[in-house]
Design a protein around this ligand. Structure first.
Ligand code: FAD
Length: 321
């Protein structure tokens, strides 16, 4: 069976393999037999190998060296390019994070290959699906040159276990001086709330301008906590100072695709839809029955969010109890 390389994305805070990697391993199985690639500081692979094998990695290539951790992405792209040259895989699948996309772009140049970013589906014949123009257009494309390289958008594939051997193979790392031009001088781990990461959460509750104030965003947080979800915000809410920009969902914010998206006091502008319309189930709470978000919603509640949201939180909490 054709070998497909999957670059493992690891939690920088030491939390192991990110869910995006498990999604990439699952998607890669459509193309052939996945081999995970761990490019990290010495001593990293031991802690993540089992999770990679559980999600289908027949092999785990381990490229551990201080240089790949001490510099920005260039050394990782070099190591991956060496591996592509050695193994001639059928394809390379990389999670679509900012780092993943930069590695993919560098890899495409080094290997003279075509690459497709932010794909949401990969078919067995290599055709990939992308969502373009704020969700108005679905594009199907196929790489025609070199080794197809894909970056997979988070949450577009449900990770499914498929236990495989996970046979470890060491890769000799040699990094050129040219790749060592941007050194990492410090790493600060972001303070995390107990809520799941927005782009990985299976439930997201987002508030818009209708929430009316930063203080009132606590009702959005309480509903998210009752559901075990993450909090998001529209750009109008962010621009009004109700919630930090890192939580903005939409064209100029984050793209989410959870199982459940609850839009509270959000009108449903096209730029907001661009970041959430692939959510599996969409619930909208809005006092305006004509709000465009209702065109997209699977379930809608027309009314004042200040009444509905606390009631929903109370009922959900009571049912859980
Ligand atoms: C280039 C560009 C990029 C953009 N990128 C983004 C982006 O990434 N993300 C994004 O979200 N937007 C983005 N926008 C902005 C976008 O066009 C909208 O302006 C924005 O999404 C509106 O946010 P909103 O729905 O919260 O506010 P509004 O459009 O003002 O809607 C507020 C809604 O709340 C409802 N409401 C008010 N009070 C209550 C109440 N008490 N109870 C229930 N409902 C109530 C109203 O009926 C209304 O529907 C972008 C715009 C541009 C031009």
């Amino acid at each position: 069976m054709a070998e497909v390389l999957v670059l493992a994305e690891l939690d920088p805070a030491g939390g192991g393999v990110r869910k995006t990697t498990l999604e990439a391993l699952t998607a890669a199985r459509a193309l052939g037999e996945p081999s995970a690639v761990v490019i990290a500081a010495p001593g990293t692979a031991g802690g993540v190998k089992d999770a990679l094998a559980e999600y289908g990695a027949a092999k785990v290539y381990v490229a551990e060296a201080p240089e790949v951790d001490e510099y920005l992405v260039a050394p990782k792209a070099e190591v991956l390019a060496q591996l592509v040259a050695d193994k001639s895989p059928a394809a390379v699948v990389i999670p679509s994070s900012p780092e993943g996309k930069e590695i993919a772009a560098r890899l495409a140049i080094k290997t003279g290959s075509g690459f497709l970013t932010d794909v949401t589906e990969i078919a067995a014949d290599g055709t990939a699906m992308q969502v373009a123009f704020a969700g108005q257009t679905i594009v199907h494309s196929k790489v025609a040159t070199g080794t197809p390289i894909y970056t997979l958008r988070g949450n577009s594939v449900t990770p499914e276990p498929a236990p495989a051997a996970g046979t470890e193979e060491s890769v000799a790392v040699s990094v050129s001086e040219q790749a060592k031009q941007a050194r990492v001088v410090d790493r600060v781990v972001e303070q995390k709330s107990s809520r799941p990461e927005l782009t990985e959460a299976s439930i997201v509750v987002s508030g818009g301008r209708g929430v009316a104030s930063a203080e009132n965003f606590k009702i959005i947080e309480e509903l998210a906590d009752a559901l075990g979800g993450a909090v998001g915000a529209s750009r109008a809410a962010v621009d009004s100072g109700f919630y930090p920009h890192t939580f903005q969902v939409g064209q100029t914010g984050k793209t989410v695709s959870p199982q459940l998206y609850v839009a509270v006091g959000i009108s449903g502008a096209i730029q907001h839809r661009a970041g959430m319309q692939t959510s599996k189930t969409i619930v909208a709470i809005n006092k305006d029955p004509e709000a465009p978000i209702f065109e997209l919603a699977d379930f809608g509640v027309v009314g004042d969010l200040n009444t509905i949201v606390p009631q929903a939180t109370e009922l959900i909490t009571a049912r859980k109890g």
